[in-house]
Design a protein around this ligand. Sequence first.
Ligand code: ADP
Length: 514
Amino acid sequence: MKPRLAILFSLLVLVPLAGLSWLGVRLAASEREAVDRRFEQVLETRLRDVDALISAHLETVEARLSEAARMSAGDPASLADAPAPARQFFLIDADGKLVHPAASGAQGSLSTEERAFLGRIQGIVINRDLWHASRTNGAEGKDADSGWYDWYEGRGLNLAFWLRRPDGSVAAFEINRPRLTADLIAALPDTPGKSTGAAERIRLTDEKGDVVYQWGALEPGEDAEPEARIALAAPLASWHLEVYLPSGTPAGFGSRFPLLAGIAAAAIALIALAFVLYREYRRDLNEAERRLTFVNQVSHELKTPLTNIRLYAELLEENLPDEAEDERRYVGVLVGESRRLSRLIDNVLAFSRQRQEKLRLHPAPGCIDDTIREVIEQFAPALGEAGIVVETNLDAAATFPFDRDAVAQILGNLIGNVEKYAASGGWMRVASEIRDGVVCVRVEDHGPGVPPAHRSRIFRPFHRVDDSLTARSTGTGIGLSIARALARLHGGDLQLTASSTGSTFEFHLPLGGR
Ligand code: ADP
């Protein structure tokens, strides 16, 4: 297969395939993203369910402590043994003064525990937030009657639950964190003992990121990342719930399989299409080759008898007496037509050899002007018949190696075209010269010329200008392409040069040969 065709066929398959793959990868990526997002949402919903359990537990704690605070209205000392999970009870009056445990006066009567407690809540008492509004509970901008108060001190997060009483005082409970944590763990449904054995791990982490509690059969690696993570609702907003899953979950190869299968199927279809096209192309090529071989064989068969006809006709022409005018005319037609046919057959044979890359030259030293003269002489009767005046300006007398038959064929095609297409100009000049080590031969006419759009195309095989001129004269469209190929085989070229009237074809051959 020719490289250009190979590239074309590869492009036919590769470009759509590359496009398909790119699209497939993009689709797979976005599909995976969507699945990941959906999966994360599902996991978050599960974590929110766990968070709801924790919130529900905190609500029961709130209810229990509210009840106790209300009960203690008359006697703060009755709450010295605060209900679990509270550790200490304290009371701040409407003016913000700590009433219980008494911070001043009876210092001596305070236990060590109470003194430590006072130290811990000092900040809260000074910070009047607690009895003006809750930071962690109640509607935005609206005073709440009860709520949670969180502050960081000592081991980390500390919690207090407070309740405003009708007299404006605030009763509050400092929460025993280890106790609260233990209660929360007990409230969580999926304790290790009851674990369903699902291949996952859910972790409850505190404000420092330390694991408070975890469950599930999976043992995530040291640096495993959670699939989903949510913060708990207030007052434990600095705590988190995380879920870990085995790596590769959720969307693995399985979910992308239909897409990959689709791409593979499209690729196979494309390759099959390219194969069918290639087979069709090969079939056409073989058919064309068979036709070319046939034409080649016929031309070969015709060549020998035609050469004989031409030779005998030329011989007859030479030997006819001058007064036998009619006979001379008849023989002249015979000679002219057999030469025209010979040129046609030579072109067909050269074309078929060129296609098979077998077109060769047989150079021998000679004078190109002699060859030009011979060709013009052969054309003289036909040109005279067409009313074309021939002018010559030959100035390339040097001897150099060239293929005489090939040059005769080039010239024959050029002059034959003048006869066919430029007879209306009534004039033709053939000139030769040696310029910078190159032999240049020019054939000019005053015919209609070649339209600009066709100037380069007329050198392509089978291209004929589609006008009344070509409609009137027969031709195959291979003459100029063969002429150019022969000039190039010599190491030269054939061109249509710019001229004000008619056409000027010029070919040049290097003096030193190839
Ligand atoms: P053919 O003569 O068999 O058609 P050629 O390859 O020799 O094939 O020429 C290609 C085309 O170039 C011709 O069909 C014609 O249209 C145009 N052509 C060639 N020579 C001339 C000329 N001297 N003047 C005008 N047109 C020409």
